[in-house]
Write a protein that binds this ligand. Structure first.
Ligand code: COA
Length: 107
């Protein structure tokens, strides 16, 4: 099941999540409108996803972030995600992707 969550007030911000009993719980995408970044909205959206995963009794959340996306890496690492593996040269320009996991028993 893939779900899109948007904060009620604004159509431009969203987070996608995928909850699969076999493959696990994934945070697939997160976008905050450019003019609203840096105010804590992205953090609130990821915290929402952590709550959804915990309520659904998943043990961990995974996400994948390109290695040059410093804002997203800082955001998720600040919320307890830890790098677990990486794939080199995944993007067409050669950029690596980092996979991160956040265990939910930290809650
Ligand atoms: C990544 C993104 C969602 C962050 O959203 P945001 O609302 O600006 O983030 P927040 O204001 O909640 O910031 C939370 C933390 O993220 C980190 N962060 C956010 N923007 C940052 C930046 N420009 N540089 C460095 N760290 C940043 C900080 O650690 C910050 O915590 P702090 O303010 O206490 O230092 C936003 O930049 C975005 O939509 N980017 C384009 C889409 C994208 O790359 N999505 C991720 C794909 S995997």
């Amino acid at each position: 099941m893939i779900r899109k969550f948007r904060p009620a007030a604004d159509e431009s911000d969203f987070v996608n999540l995928k909850a699969n009993p076999v493959t696990g719980f994934e945070l697939l995408g997160l976008v905050v409108a450019a003019h609203k970044r840096g105010r804590g909205l992205g953090k609130q959206l990821v915290e929402h996803v952590i709550g959804v995963a915990g309520q659904a009794s998943f043990r961990a959340i995974e996400t994948a972030v390109f290695a040059d996306n410093q804002p997203m890496l800082r955001l998720v690492i600040g919320l307890g995600f830890q790098p677990v593996r990486m794939t080199a040269h995944l993007r067409a320009d050669g950029m690596d992707v980092v996979y991160l996991r956040r265990y939910l028993d930290m809650m």
